[in-house]
Write a new protein. Structure first.
Length: 148
């Protein structure tokens, strides 16, 4: 089976608690993702019972169109170098948080990895800078756009 490539399109910055996240749409055609879907995703993120509380937390969020449904992947950099993730799905027609249990769990699909690879390289630059405010601002300003 052959899969068509998808396009990552940055759509600005979203807040999640005190964290600042670069937001992306990931789809065959990002322009087909409605403003209503993006609003629902942003509202689900804001209503999360466990938003980040560290003032310097940063990361990214992906609204991924998977066929007719969507995944919402919120990722923050925590501790010294760890990428943490919370996932929502709109299989029910609205975004609901997926509770992840013990065991071997899925993380990213090959399309999402294009964004994750870009974000990892950017966060590595923050870490090697000594986590300066300028490096953090540069990280938040550097978003990936393109085919994955």
């Amino acid at each position: 089976m052959s899969y068509p490539t998808k396009i990552a399109d940055p759509i600005g910055e979203w807040a999640w608690g005190s964290a600042r996240l670069k937001a992306y749409v990931l789809a065959l055609d990002p322009s087909e993702v409605s403003e209503e879907t993006l609003k629902q995703a942003k509202d689900a993120l804001a209503a999360s019972p466990e938003p980040p509380t560290a003032a310097d937390e940063a990361g990214f969020v992906i609204v991924h169109r998977c066929g007719q449904n969507y995944l919402l992947l919120a990722c923050t950099w925590r501790e010294e170098n760890e990428l943490w993730e919370t996932v929502w799905s709109d299989d029910s027609g609205r975004f609901e948080r997926i509770e992840r249990g013990p065991g071997h769990l899925p993380t990213y699909c090959v399309w999402e990895m294009g964004i994750v690879t870009h974000e990892t390289a950017g966060w590595r630059r923050v870490l090697t800078s000594g986590r300066t405010a300028d490096a953090r601002a540069a990280y938040l300003a550097d978003a990936f756009r393109g085919e994955v």
